[in-house]
Design a protein around this ligand. Structure first.
Ligand SMILES: N[C@@H](CCC(=O)N[C@@H](CS)C(=O)NCC(=O)O)C(=O)O
Length: 213
């Protein structure tokens, strides 16, 4: 039985929960989840810091192995537990998918995070609206790359749903949520290919994306 530490509304915990769901791994049967992070605490305790010195969620324990970094955990799960071949084993398709994972961590999320933390985690009097607006506008522009990519393919790396789609879909979920909650500060472009892809993902995959609050 694996153990996953992390609150359910964290974008990085959601990536792991989604991956587990796609692999047919069920909470209570195949893994235990322990709430950690923000209001739950736990992640700054000495015991937790021994597992993840960053004090962040998620952390996955599988036997003697302790992993942190959501994308590393996803790759591990897909390598070890994909008995039904849910994800492609082709090195080229995997790399095509993983480049979007890296882009999410290195480019999209650092850009969108400023708007997300500013509007969702910062009390109104302390918000830097100029930085928030810039963060959202820059993210909206970056998502134009996704929209162009999806013009000639159903999924980001081609014909099949892969790990990269999950990582980007969770970012798109935050982009849509922020725009819906704050349309004046976060006006978003009506990207048709993203909308089609996102809807298809929600219909055809095994995880209900919930907004992060
Ligand atoms: N690069 C890390 C980032 C982890 C991260 O930033 N986690 C956030 C939640 S999304 C966290 O632990 N925040 C502190 C908290 O929830 O208390 C990953 O992908 O796992």
């Amino acid at each position: 039985m694996m153990t996953l530490w992390g609150r359910k509304n964290s974008i990085n915990v959601q990536k792991v929960l989604w991956c587990l769901a796609e692999l047919g791994l069920e909470e209570k049967r195949d893994f235990t989840r322990i709430d950690a992070g923000l209001e739950y605490g736990v992640n700054k305790s000495p015991e937790y810091l021994k597992m993840n010195p960053n004090g962040l969620v998620p952390v996955l324990q599988d036997g003697d192995l302790i992993l942190w970094e959501s994308h590393t955990i996803m790759r591990y799960l897909a390598k070890k537990y994909d008995s039904q071949v849910r994800f492609s084993k082709d090195a080229g398709i995997q790399a095509a998918s993983e480049k979007w994972m890296d882009w999410k961590l290195s480019t999209l999320w650092p850009t969108l995070r400023v708007a997300f933390l500013g509007l969702m985690r910062t009390p109104e009097p302390e918000r830097n609206y100029e930085a928030i607006k810039k963060s959202f506008a820059d993210s909206d522009k970056l998502l134009g790359m996704i929209d162009i990519t999806l013009a000639d393919r159903p999924y980001l790396s081609g014909q099949s749903f892969e790990l990269g789609d999950m990582c980007i879909a969770l970012g798109v979920n935050r982009w849509v949520s922020l725009s819906n909650l704050h349309p004046d500060i976060c006006p978003r472009t009506d990207y048709k290919n993203i909308a089609k892809w996102y809807q298809q993902i929600q219909e055809k995959t095994l995880f209900q994306i919930t907004q992060q609050t």
